[in-house]
Design a protein around this ligand. Structure first.
Ligand code: ATP
Length: 314
């Protein structure tokens, strides 16, 4: 039994060493780093003290092993990660542009995580589960999408809330059909954690408050907008709370949003009030960008609370 369950890609990431490096020119990359948005999320949720499980698949290779060992070490239930003999673990390469934007090349559709389908998802995954977390990046093929839909049905039948991070990647959300899939999930979620431009991209409504209000009138109880180094905003039916970012020197932005979401959902699961959860999530997101590697800056709740206390005593 796990209180927080997620599904989707587990992969290793190789990161360009230099800003401005191009995929079409030879250059140095560092890695492999354990990665995949759902994996980063669930690792952080576990480090913050919740019981967690991820449904996924890796190959029977070193790239699978680095992920399995990391997730298990940090307390994630890895019993529903299939280890496939006839597929290799997913891989992503990332380059950084001068303006802070990133490009990805994903090898996931034809990798082990591309084999996830509805058979992986069972009623037992949702018995006692309180939050089913979905990442928009996980709709990379039909099998995973069907698995997510089955998960949503089972979650709803078991009174488990849907938490959703659209995590829109232009390399994955390639057409209108995929946008509308994400829109459907957005409309069903109780907790939404979105990047600043993602709600606009999905709803087509330019004014943030208008689109968030529409979500709060449907199924959403909380909508959090993540704004990178400018902090975050929490919207509920009753209030709007803006918080500043926790000041750090950014080394690598990859994984901040997943780490933020993992902290927020894990805190809410443990009964921590939304405002405190938001503050701790912002510290976790900030901490994540101080380390190269998507999961390398993940942190325990104890450490986040220490940093929070230090910050308040400044
Ligand atoms: P990604 O998709 O790359 O994981 P995201 O767009 O989902 O990112 P961000 O807004 O980049 O998420 O980051 C999540 C949170 O982490 C922010 O709301 C902020 O609180 C914190 N954060 C991110 N970048 C920084 C930074 N440079 N300095 C301080 N805090 C940061």
């Amino acid at each position: 039994m796990a209180h927080i369950v997620t599904i989707g890609e587990i992969l290793v990431e190789f990161m360009a060493k230099e800003i401005g490096q191009k995929f079409y020119e030879s250059g140095d990359f560092v890695g492999p780093f354990p990665s995949g948005a759902p994996a980063i999320f669930i690792d952080q949720a576990a480090q913050c003290g919740s019981t967690t499980r991820i449904l996924s698949a890796v190959g029977d290779d070193g790239f699978g092993r680095i992920n399995l060992e990391r997730l298990q070490r940090n307390g994630v239930d890895i019993s529903k990660i299939k280890v496939l003999k006839d597929a290799t673990t997913g891989v992503a390469f990332v380059t950084y542009k001068d303006d802070g934007d990133r490009d990805f090349i994903f090898h996931i559709t034809n990798a082990a995580c591309g084999r996830i389908d509805e058979e992986l998802v069972g009623e037992e995954d949702f018995k006692g589960c309180k939050y089913f977390h979905i990442m928009g990046s996980a709709i990379y093929n039909d099998g995973v999408y069907r698995a997510i839909l089955k998960g949503i049905k089972l979650a709803q039948r078991n009174n488990c809330k849907i938490t959703f991070d659209p995590n829109v990647r232009k390399e994955i959300v390639t057409n209108e059909e995929k946008r509308s899939i994400l829109m459907d999930i957005l409309n069903q979620a109780q907790i939404i954690l979105a990047g600043e431009n993602e709600i606009f991209y999905l709803t087509g409504v330019e004014d943030e408050l208008t689109s968030v209000k529409a979500l709060l009138e449907k199924n959403a109880e909380m909508v959090v907008i993540k704004r990178g180094s400018r902090g975050a905003t929490l919207y509920t039916k009753d209030e709007v709370i803006n918080i500043d970012a926790y000041k750090v020197k950014e080394i690598d932005p990859t994984g901040a949003g997943d780490c933020f979401a993992g902290t927020f959902v894990s805190c809410i699961n443990q009964g921590i009030k939304p405002l405190e959860a938001l503050g701790l999530a912002a510290i976790a997101g900030a901490k994540a960008v101080t380390r190269k590697g998507p999961m390398e800056g993940n942190t325990t709740l104890e450490e986040l609370r220490l940093l929070d206390n230090e910050n308040q005593n400044k």
